[in-house]
Each structure stands twice: as structure tokens, then as C-alpha cells.
Design a protein around this ligand. Sequence first.
Ligand code: HEC
Length: 195
Amino acid sequence: MKKILLTAVGMAAIIAITTVACQPPAGETKPAEETAAAEDPVKRGEYLVNTIGCDDCHSPKKMGPRGPELDLENRFGGHLSTHPIGPIDTSVLSKGWALFGPELTVAVGPWGISYSANISGDSTGIGNWTEEQFFRAMREGKYKGLEASRPLLPPMPWQNFAKLKDEDLRAIFLYLKSTKPVNNVVPAPKQLSSL
Ligand code: HEC
């Protein structure tokens, strides 16, 4: 009888310990967004794009009281062909400077003048791209993700993105494909000598 009682007490103790151990410590519960992102690759892609900051260069901006703000209508549309840039003072380049347009979608440096690409879900963006193209653009820095195409120019930091895990790159691709199509053919880059 005594033995049975001791066993019962022991069992109760084990259950109590397990229950306590399985409770997530206060403050360590996963935020809802993170949990949803783990389940749905498009949500994960959205989370990655929003935190890595693709908008900085790939979304046009409107000028607000404190500087450029995202132009959400044209989000991920790249440098808008309807926004011509003014004359470029190339004299500052020889003094070691690089230039950014006010929307941060056009940059001028020793590599020439480069325009941020359209990475929205439109066919003028990445809407018709295969996953293979996206991986090649992000891992090998190839324009349009095609094997025989030109290297991607600065300031696209593909060398960093090349280190993203396959599933994260895939999630980013799926999210970008799902974004509102922005019809915009971005101007081609130019050499400094042609400015
Ligand atoms: C600091 C600016 C900058 C950031 C940040 C940036 N990009 Fe880019 N990206 C560019 C520029 C500029 C180009 C165009 C380069 C060229 O034409 O050679 C480009 C090109 C690309 C291309 C190739 C498009 C094509 O048509 O070949 C893809 C894909 C791309 N970026 C995806 C992304 C994604 C996804 C992110 C965020 C994870 C991102 N970029 C963040 C500047 C940036």
C-alpha cells in the first residue's frame, strides 16, 4: 500500500515538472506574425522583404515633410520611366563622390548610372520569371537571371542576398510575384562617358 502511494506521489511530481517545463517562459512567446510566416512562404517572404529593405531602392518615393516616403501605388516598380532625372553634375564624381536620386531609385558612380529594377508582380517586373531566374539574379548577380546576361550593377547588394537560404529566397520570390503589378520598363543603365 505504502509503495503504491509513493508511486502515485512520484507520478504526480513528474507530471507537475513536465507541465511547468513545457510552459514557454514569460516573454518568449512567438509573435503571431512570425508564427504565420513559418507556415506560409508568401508571408515569410513579405516579412523578409520588409525587414531586409528591398523598398529602399526598388520602390519609388514621394517627397514628404521629412524626406522621401514610399509611393505605395508603385511599390516595387523600380525607377519609374515617367520620372526623368535632371542633369547630373559629373564633376563631383572625380572628387570621390557617388550620387543618389531623390527617390533612391537611381544611382551614379564609377560604374555609370544604374536604375533600380522593377521587381513587382508585373510582366515588366518579375511576374513572368521562373524561380531559377530569380535564384540566378540573387546568387550570381545576373540581369534578368539569365545565364548569358550582363552582371548586375551597384548598388544592388546581391552578394549579400546570395547567402540567403534556398527556402528564404523562394519565399521572397513567391511574395514578390504576389505583389500588385506595376507596369514600368526601367531605363537601361548608361556608362559615365555617355553622360
Ligand atoms: C541599395 C539598393 C538596392 C537594394 C537594397 C536592393 N536592390 Fe535589387 N537592385 C538594385 C538595382 C540598382 C538594380 C538594377 C541593377 C542593374 O540594372 O544592373 C537591382 C536589381 C535587382 C534584381 C534584378 C532585376 C532584373 O531585371 O534583372 C532583382 C531580382 C533584385 N534587384 C531584387 C532585390 C530584392 C529582392 C531586394 C531585397 C531583398 C533588393 N533587390 C534590394 C538596387 C537594390
